[in-house]
Design a binder for this molecule. Sequence first.
Ligand code: CP3
Length: 346
Amino acid sequence: MKNDLLLRALSGEPTERPPVWMMRQAGRYLPEYRVLREKYGFFERCRIPELACEITLQPVDIIGVDAAILFSDILVVPQAMGMEVQLIESKGPILPDPIKTQKDLQRITIPDIHDKLQYVFDAVALIKKELNDRVPLIGFAGAPWTLLCYMVQGKGSKTFDEARAFCYTQPELAHQILYMITETTIAYLKGQIKAGADVVQIFDSWGGLLGPEDFENISLQYIRRIVKAINGEVPVIIFAKGAWYSLKEMAATGAAGLGIDWCIQPALAREFAGDNITLQGNFDPAKLLSPIPVIKKEVTQMLHAFGNKRYIANLGHGILPNIPVDHAKAFVDTVREWEYSSINAN
Ligand code: CP3
C-alpha cells in the first residue's frame, strides 16, 4: 500500500500526520458526480460496478483524501432483504411498504448475499484493481438500528419517533428484525472484505436518538455481534452519531476506531474511549461553508485538540451537497500539511 496512513492510524502505529477522509466524500458537491447523476438513477450508479468505481475514485483523484469509501448506500441491505427502496430527489429515501406488524415480517428474509448483493462485491473488486494500492478502501454497512429506522418509518425523519415507538411497543418483533438485519449485515460485510475492503465502517446515524440503556439494547448489542463476527479480519470503525455516552462500551467491542460528531470535545471523547482505540472526526460539516482561512484555522484547532494520539481526521457527519469543492479541499489540505511534530514546536 503506497499510502497506508489510515491502516497505521487504526492499528495504533505511529504516523507523521493523521490520515484524512470525509464521510459522504463521493457525492453531490462534486461536479463530476453530478454529471453521472444526470445520466443514471441512484441505484443504477450503485449496481453498475464501473459507475460505482468511477464515483468512488473521484474524491481520491480530485480532493486527495487518504482513503476511498465504496460508493453504495446503507439501504441496499433492506432492499436485498425484500423491501422496496426508492430515492426521490430532494425527498430522500422512501420505503413505500414499511414494516408495522408481525404479518409484515413475511415480506422480508435473510437473503443469499451473493444472489442479491454480488454487484457490490464486483464493485469492490474493481475498485481495488483501479486503486492499485494507492490508498486503502473502506467498505461499510448501516447499523441494524439505523436500518430498522428506515424499514419501520418508511422515510427519513429527524426523530424516527415511529421506529422508536415500534421498538418500545413491539419489542419482540423489533428484535426479530434486528436479528435478521444483523445476520444479513455480517454476511454482507464479510463479502466486502473477501472482495478486498481493507477497513469497514458501521454507520449508526440514528444511534443518538436512543437513550443510553436503549442504545445498548436496541443498537449496540447487534453492532457488537457484527464486530465479533468480523473477528479482526480487518479493522472496524463504529460511527454512532450522537451516542457519545456509550463511547466506553463501544470501545470495548473490539472495534479499532470510533467516529465522533462535533457535539463532544475531543479530550472528553478520549477520556470515555480510553487510549487503546483510534478516534475519527469531528469537524462540523456546516463549518465548511466558512471562508477558507477560517476553515484552515478551525481545522488546525481540531488537530491540536485531538493531539498526538491515535486519530483519523474527518467530518462529524457527511459532507453537505452545497459545499464548494475548494472548501472541501482546504479541509483535506490543512490536515495533509500538518505534522505531529508541530504540536511539540508550538
Ligand atoms: O460516503 C460516501 O461517499 C460513500 C457513499 C455513501 C452514500 N450513502 C451515498 C449516497 C454512504 C457511506 C452512505 C451512507 C448512508 N446512506 C447513511 C449513513 C451516513 C449518514 O450520512 O448518516 C444514511 C443514513 C443513508 C441513507 C440515505 N441515502 C439518505 C438519507 C439519502 C438521502 C439524503 C442525501 O444525502 O441525499 C441517501 C442518498 C445518497 N446516498 C446519496 C449519496 C451520494 C445522494 C444521492 C443523490 O442524490 O445523488
